[in-house]
Design a protein around this ligand. Structure first.
Ligand SMILES: CC(C)(COP(=O)(O)OP(=O)(O)OC[C@H]1O[C@@H](n2cnc3c(N)ncnc32)[C@H](O)[C@@H]1OP(=O)(O)O)[C@@H](O)C(=O)NCCC(=O)NCCS
Length: 147
């Protein structure tokens, strides 16, 4: 069986990434928004693939010496199998290579699985924004990781 590897996002992956977006988030990014990221000079995206099937993806924007993680998601049937860990490790590696000093992200207070993933990679909660998410007015936690 071939192993799972993380590679940079290309246009060939966009449809599968969009499907994962729709299966993972209440307000998914559109295909156009995902395609725009391929042209965004600050964006870095990776996909976890096995036999050409995209199992998950993650992305970030590099702004000065900080990386802002925009999204990370795994196909529901492949969750809790370390695919998210692989994607996050890959983003951390890209950030380090490009000289970022810190990474940050927002996560729903109810999203305990994602918070566990981030804690495993030394992200620490540094703040909370009230009613950050428009759909249900849920708060977000702001997490940071120093490289
Ligand atoms: C969050 C998400 C990306 C994690 O991906 P994943 O492939 O399931 O994560 P991993 O298998 O690498 O697990 C990483 C850690 O998270 C925790 N975790 C993940 N899923 C878990 C579950 N179902 N139950 C308990 N802990 C869980 C564990 O601590 C795990 O570490 P461990 O296995 O070493 O104990 C995935 O659940 C997902 O796509 N969720 C929907 C989209 C989303 O919420 N994205 C985050 C937005 S901020």
């Amino acid at each position: 069986m071939n192993k799972i590897e993380c590679v940079p996002l290309t246009k060939d992956h966009i449809l599968q990434v969009y499907e994962i977006e729709c299966l993972s988030f209440s307000s998914p990014w559109s295909i156009e928004a995902l395609k725009d990221e391929l042209l965004n000079p600050t964006a870095r995206y990776v996909v976890a693939i096995k036999d050409k099937k995209v199992l998950g993806f993650g992305g970030m924007w590099l702004i000065l010496d900080e990386a802002h993680i925009t999204n990370i998601a795994v196909l529901p049937e492949y969750r809790n199998l370390k695919v998210g860990s692989l994607i996050l490790e890959s983003l951390i590696g890209v950030g380090q290579k490009e000289g970022t000093l810190a990474m940050t992200l927002e996560v729903r207070v109810s999203n305990i699985n994602a918070q566990r993933l981030y804690s495993k990679y030394n992200f620490i909660t540094a703040g909370r924004r009230k009613a950050f998410y428009q759909d249900n007015k849920e708060d977000c936690l702001i997490m940071w990781r120093r490289q």
